[in-house]
Design a protein around this ligand. Structure first.
Ligand code: DGL
Length: 265
């Protein structure tokens, strides 16, 4: 294994930065490429076939070009749809991001869990299976909060976001039958932990939020234990489409140690 081989983190946009933050804490020395399919954003409103085709195609091209030691699909939508397919076609360890229903089921005291994800994620059989396996004796209420994806993108570009967006996400869970009992909310989209302060303010005090980032970082550490790391160039962000709004992301990316931007050719 080449010590400079990167870990490639992939999302449709900036959401995977919530996973990168956890990875930086666990493995600060590991070289990283952060890849965002901004040309395909948002995934949450696409069909399963569209998401699967983009994710498999892009990860294939990125693997050939950058030879990552491991790929993390830092996106619940892409993982719940295409994780098995990507594993079938790529000969590199792949870590996915799946809704943190298991930890939420262990934490809830009321027995009612809320789940915020994209429209595509919340309808996946993968989520049904997690619910059946880990939260069978709990009530799991799901709400498609796709507009939070745009809110996170705007926030990280330094733009103002209308707080009504967060209120709508909270109401979407609370107003379902049994919703007032929710004491634990699964943030089942990697964009959403980037809005944790705003979401905490929109929900009732005492509601706790759970996401998968720390668990994903632990899984990556486990899979690459014993490997050596040498950062021979600055870590960078890779986009699939050149667009003017990328410039506004530079200060945020630098805070995550991504010192330049590149566009996939
Ligand atoms: N960050 C992605 C996720 O975790 C989805 C955002 C999108 O809709 O593209 O589901």
């Amino acid at each position: 294994m080449d010590a400079s081989a990167p870990i490639l983190l992939f999302d449709s946009g900036v959401g995977g930065l919530s996973v990168l933050a956890a990875l930086r804490r666990a493995l600060p020395q590991a070289p990283v490429i952060y890849a965002a399919d901004n040309g395909g954003l948002p995934y949450g409103t696409k069909t399963e076939a569209e998401v699967a085709a983009r994710v498999c195609g892009l990860l294939g091209r990125m693997s050939e070009r950058f030879h990552p030691r491991l790929i993390c699909i830092a996106c619940n939508t892409a993982s719940t749809i295409a994780l098995a397919m990507v594993r079938d076609v790529l000969n590199v360890p792949i870590v996915g991001t799946v809704p943190a229903i298991k930890p939420a089921a262990e934490l809830t005291r009321s027995g009612t869990i809320g789940l915020l994800g994209t429209a595509a994620t919340i309808r996946q059989p993968y989520v049904d299976r997690l619910a059946a396996e880990f939260a069978n004796d709990k009530r799991l209420l799901r709400f498609a909060a796709g507009e939070l994806v745009g809110a996170a993108e705007a926030k990280l570009r330094g733009e103002a976001v209308d707080p009504a967006v967060y209120a709508r996400a909270a109401a979407g869970l609370r107003e379902q039958p049994g919703g007032a009992e929710i004491d634990t909310v699964v943030l089942a989209c990697t964009h959403f932990p980037l809005l944790s302060d705003e979401l905490a303010a929109a929900f009732d005090p005492g509601v706790q939020f759970v996401d998968g980032a720390a668990g994903i970082a632990r899984r990556i550490v486990h899979l690459i234990q014993g490997q050596t790391f040498e950062r021979r160039q600055d870590d960078f962000a890779l986009f699939t489409k050149a667009e003017p709004s990328l410039a506004a992301l530079a200060p945020t990316l630098a805070r995550y140690g991504l010192m330049r931007q590149d566009v996939l050719q």
